[in-house]
Design a protein around this ligand. Structure first.
Ligand code: PRE
Length: 379
């Protein structure tokens, strides 16, 4: 899939003080004092380019703190005047968009729950028609790349070209150390479909706790993401929402200081030569792998026909178990990761089953035609 989004580069829509773009601020604006003091400390670090704050908070159950509401926009305006930091808020309705624009907010983002709902995204897109403001679209709660892409397309179709994505992880039933599973492959796929789309990582929502934030942030930067949105609070221990995942402005500065910043390319000629040589070797191996996979599948097809003609089941658990045991032992000896090897073999097996199922069904379809013709000629 190639995505045809009309996008302006990040550098043209926001003055990034330092690479990468750091967006920070409290999960929720709580009081004027809390927002202003956090904003001042963040600005003083010199590491933050945008001040964020949640004004309207989507909560799972009623009765929880649903955000301070419109008054928070006044506080943000004041924070911007006093610190010079541009501001960003989450919008979930057309009314939010109108109020945020009227209050001079600089960047809007669409939350994960909203991205999951095309009606909501369309409502926001309609409210944005004719407006020139950067918009960031968080990934939907569920790991569905099309929903994420669809939301980006809707906003882009409304004429928003200062467009970016936020990778905040995906909810999963499986127990894990993360609040939301990173599922990096989805963000990588999005980047592959649309290389010019800036992707900002949100380690706070992926981790759900402060401790893992450095690891996830560094990984996001190593995957060439262009920025980070990290929640910060003057005193995270008393935060009204998401207390565990917020950091102090001082901790944020230290975190950013420690990043190992890598570039997508190197101008060093030796590096380029060596890389080209190694890539040539990979090309040869990949070609060989594909050739061998083709040969394997041709044999699988032959077995499929043989099984069909002899009325034998496709699945052969014992044989497959033997293959898994032998290949994983071999892979282990070659120091290949066990999980990777198993996943790869399982993928090959499911393709064998798909191919043989097709062959069985072709056989059935052919038999049906013969039977139908026989019935017609006998009638
Ligand atoms: O050995 C067989 O019976 C096959 O059809 C081949 C194969 C495989 O891909 O290796 C495919 C399906 C079976 O479950 C076991 C093995």
């Amino acid at each position: 899939m190639k995505l045809n989004l009309n996008i302006q580069p990040l550098s043209s829509w926001i003055n990034v003080k330092n690479e990468p773009l750091i967006i920070s601020g409290p999960c929720s604006a709580e009081t004027e004092e809390q927002l202003l003091s956090t904003a001042h400390l963040l600005a003083a670090t010199g590491k933050v380019s945008v001040l964020r704050a949640g004004i309207w908070k989507p909560r799972t159950r009623p009765g929880e703190f649903e955000g301070i509401g419109s008054i928070g926009l006044e506080w943000l305006k004041k924070a911007k005047q006093e610190t010079g930091l541009p501001t960003a808020v989450e919008v979930a309705t057309a009314k939010h968009v109108e109020e945020a624009l009227a209050a001079g907010v600089d960047i809007l983002w669409i939350g994960a729950r909203s991205t999951a709902n095309p009606f909501t995204v369309q409502e926001i897109a309609d409210a944005l028609k004719g407006v020139d403001i950067p918009v960031l679209v968080k990934n939907p709660v569920n790991p569905d790349l099309s929903l994420w892409v669809g939301a980006l397309e809707r906003i882009n179709n409304a004429g928003i070209t200062k467009l970016g994505a936020i990778h905040r992880g995906f909810s999963s039933y499986e127990k894990s150390s993360f609040r939301n599973e990173p599922m990096w492959e989805l963000a990588i796929q999005l980047k592959t479909h649309c290389p010019e789309l800036p992707i900002i990582n949100d380690p706070s929502h992926i981790c759900g706790n402060r401790e893992l934030i450095p690891y996830i942030s560094q990984k996001a930067l190593d995957l060439d993401m262009q920025g980070l949105m990290i929640e910060s609070h003057i005193d995270p221990s008393v935060a009204w929402t998401d207390a565990k995942q917020q950091v102090t402005p001082a901790a944020l500065a230290e975190l950013v200081e420690r990043f190992n910043l890598r570039k997508p390319e190197s101008k060093n000629e030796d590096f380029a030569d060596k890389l080209a040589d190694l890539r040539k070797q990979i090309d040869k191996i990949d070609d060989l792998m594909i050739q061998k996979l083709g040969e394997r599948m041709a044999i699988v097809e032959k077995i499929g026909q043989y099984k069909r003609d002899n009325n034998v089941t496709i699945l052969q658990v014992n044989r497959w178990d033997e293959i898994m045991q032998k290949r994983t032992a071999f892979a282990k000896a070659l120091k290949l990761d066990l999980g990777f090897t198993e996943k790869f073999l399982e993928l090959v097996h499911s393709e064998s089953i798909r191919k043989q199922t097709q062959i069985m069904n072709e056989g059935k379809a052919a038999a049906n035609v013969v039977e139908a013709t026989a019935n017609v000629s006998h009638s």
